[in-house]
Design a protein around this ligand. Sequence first.
Ligand code: F6P
Length: 278
Amino acid sequence: MNEIFEAIKRAAIEINEAIMYDDTGYSEEHNATGDAQLKLDIKSDIFVENEFKKVTSIKEIVSEEKEHKTSVHAEGKYLVGYDPLDGSSLLDVDQSVGSIFGIYENDYSGKNLLASAYVVYGPRLELVIATDKVRMYRLNRKNEFYFYKDIKLNQKGKLNAPGSTQMCWPAHHKKMIDDIFKDGYRLRYSGGMVLDLHHILLKGGGLFSYPSTSDLPKGKLRLIFEVLPYAFIFEKAGGQAIDGKKRLLDIEPSHAHDTSPCFFGSNDEIKRVLKTYA
Ligand code: F6P
């Protein structure tokens, strides 16, 4: 699987350079979910696809930016689901954005997810890879990623990242979020999933939630490219990831762009969610 991680590293360096210097404006295109695509969304998708095409162990890829799956190498073993540029609407305000990757075998279900990775395009270029454990890398001046540290969550954190808008939350969700703040948690929400989850992972814990809402009953975040890869990372870091009631990694998406409500956190916060949603 190492050759896939190497391809991710090359694509990350290319995407980072495009973020630094290219036009952050919109194209005339829309993705499969109907979001207007930035020129950088399209460019990042091409960088990733071109790097993955060089990897013979990849059988198929599916991108958040495309409606359909793409066959890569018939004799390949792995399926890769990816979001090349998550949170890209934050680019025009110069906030951190990211790329997310899930490496699957046989199908794109949580139980067949073998590894995950994400890249943070922030003041630094950082890469996190989860296999048996969660390892973080940083880019050095020679444009090489070096191992920085392992990521491990504490039993309980201090951060709260509540997604969507309060007017669309169910009452029990609003009460839970209010209670968490009453217990002293700090609000940390940028509107970019990669940065918000990276923040929680590196500060040792907390809760990120994107519930079922009145406008999006099945949640907003996409299973194959966003939710399942992070569910894998949180579990390997010693935390949990649920849809409110059950483990996210037990979900089997039926369509490439299926979404799910999701809660990622350290154990104490997830216990709270389970109690609220029981
Ligand atoms: O992929 C969609 C996304 O931009 C995520 O990165 C982010 O967590 C979420 O949407 C923010 O949504 P909202 O603005 O509804 O909280």
